[in-house]
Design a protein around this ligand. Structure first.
Ligand SMILES: *[C@@H]1O[C@H](CO)[C@@H](O)[C@H](O)[C@H]1NC(C)=O
Ligand SMILES: *[C@@H]1O[C@H](CO)[C@@H](O)[C@H](O)[C@H]1NC(C)=O
Ligand SMILES: *[C@@H]1O[C@H](CO)[C@@H](O)[C@H](O)[C@H]1NC(C)=O
Ligand SMILES: CC(=O)N[C@H]1CO[C@H](CO)[C@@H](O)[C@@H]1O
Length: 383
């Protein structure tokens, strides 16, 4: 945390040379999954009210991010229990009202603004009770739980969602947010079912597959519970006939990697080393779809260091920082209670400028390879 300024300057100098491999840079648009947290009340918040309990994006702030900040990727969250109401069950039957609002957000980002949108079912690979997310809900494919949705149903859900976006080359498919505390074999199985379903729907875009243990990069090669073998033992077995697959990784920089503290104490370059080696060994790419740090010199240095590391290693093709979104209000989605969100125009709970005015210009914006971000990727997405 000492000599921070000198460090930032030298990192920036390096960054100019290292830029160019990052294809996607952007932010989480969190909000479509909001308004369900209520211990002991499974139905609470379902279906929820658009614009009150939850909302997908604010088009004006998406404009700011694209036109002024030059990002090209938004991760757009939604809740599977809203897309597939409990009375329908998980599968191909959607709530068209919820879908239309979600599609409107995705289409605005992609068709109107020309950026990419990663679809993010923010469900921890669980379905049926989001009331105490991230711990509630039955694990998808848990065959000893009669109330759990099956892996096959998960495939039906993905087939339908992918079919609806198959003609939009700016859409990326994030299979699910942060699987955890479940057999890693089952994460692999559910991921593979989703990949098969997406491809069989005729969709050719990039698929982003998570591992177990909250898809943490630092713990990629480690056991995370009694039945939770390392993600590294399984995820290389995923088969995509189009070879347009990347690994989804989350990496916060605070002491326990949760994003809940304002101090950054976990250096990404060291902590991602084993994951990077694994990606290299299996010729895989990764997107860091969640990360963040607080509004302080230590975090600003360490965020810069992290983005520098990603730019310097070909295994990483993109990132989205956590989080903007229209209904965070003064709440902090990341990194201690005083940072606020990254949503332009919003303030912190202390009435101060939020992370969009503090962390973003200091640590994130300098690493957006603006002129180099291009629609021409290594992958399917055409220019
Ligand atoms: C579908 O979503 C709309 C908008 O939130 C809601 O009013 C309606 O009750 C939902 N339908 C079901 C079956 O959940
Ligand atoms: C699967 O379901 C059984 C029965 O409800 C439960 O005991 C077990 O913890 C569940 N497994 C996971 C990974 O949630
Ligand atoms: C959307 O963002 C604009 C620009 O920051 C702001 O003026 C407006 O109040 C926001 N709308 C909502 C509903 O949050
Ligand atoms: C670090 C962080 O704030 N993570 C949160 C992301 O948002 C989900 C809900 O949308 C929370 O459950 C996580 O704790």
């Amino acid at each position: 945390m000492l000599c921070g300024f000198a460090k930032i300057v030298s990192l920036l100098a390096v960054s100019q040379a290292a830029l160019g491999k990052i294809i996607y840079a952007g932010i989480n648009e969190s909000g479509g999954e909001f308004g369900v947290w209520s211990p002991g009340n499974p139905g609470f918040g379902l279906p929820g009210r658009l614009g009150v309990d939850y909302a997908f994006i604010n088009k004006s702030t998406v404009d700011i991010f694209v036109d002024q900040e030059k990002i090209n990727l938004f991760r757009v969250t939604f809740l599977m229990e809203r897309m597939c109401p409990l009375q329908y069950g998980l599968g191909a039957r959607f709530n068209e009202t919820y879908f239309n609002a979600f599609a409107d957000a995705v289409n605005y980002i992609t068709l109107k603004k020309g950026a990419y949108a990663m679809l993010d079912p923010h469900n921890y690979m669980r379905y049926n009770d989001p009331s105490q997310q991230p711990f509630s809900g039955s694990v998808i494919g848990n065959s000893s739980d009669p109330t759990a949705a099956t892996t096959k149903q998960f495939g039906q859900f993905w087939h339908e969602l992918a079919r609806r976006f198959a003609q939009n080359p700016k859409v990326l498919f994030g299979i699910n947010n942060e699987p955890h505390d479940m057999p890693t074999e089952l994460v692999l199985k559910n991921n593979q079912e989703a990949i098969n379903a997406i491809r069989s729907a005729g969709a050719r875009q990039l698929i982003v597959a998570p591992g177990n243990a909250w898809t943490g990069g630092h713990s990629w090669t480690e056991w995370s519970c009694t039945d939770c073998k390392p993600s590294s033992d399984f995820m290389y077995q995923l088969v995509d006939p189009l070879h347009n697959l990347a690994i989804d990784v989350h990496e916060y920089l605070d002491i326990d990697f949760s994003g809940g503290h304002d101090a950054c104490e976990q250096p990404a370059p060291q902590n991602l080393e084993k994951l990077t080696a694994w990606l290299k060994e299996h010729k895989l790419k990764a997107i860091i779809s969640e990360f963040g740090g607080g509004n302080n010199e230590g975090c600003i240095n360490m965020l810069s260091e992290m983005l520098e590391y990603l730019a310097a290693n070909d295994e990483y093709i993109g990132w989205t920082v956590w989080a903007a979104g229209p209904i965070w209000g003064t709440a902090s989605p990341c990194c201690g209670p005083t940072v606020g969100s990254l949503e332009p125009g919003a303030i912190t709970s202390e009435g101060k400028p939020n992370g969009f005015s503090t962390v973003w210009p200091a640590a994130i914006k300098p690493h957006i390879p603006a002129s180099k971000l291009s629609a021409c990727s290594l992958f399917f997405s055409p220019c």
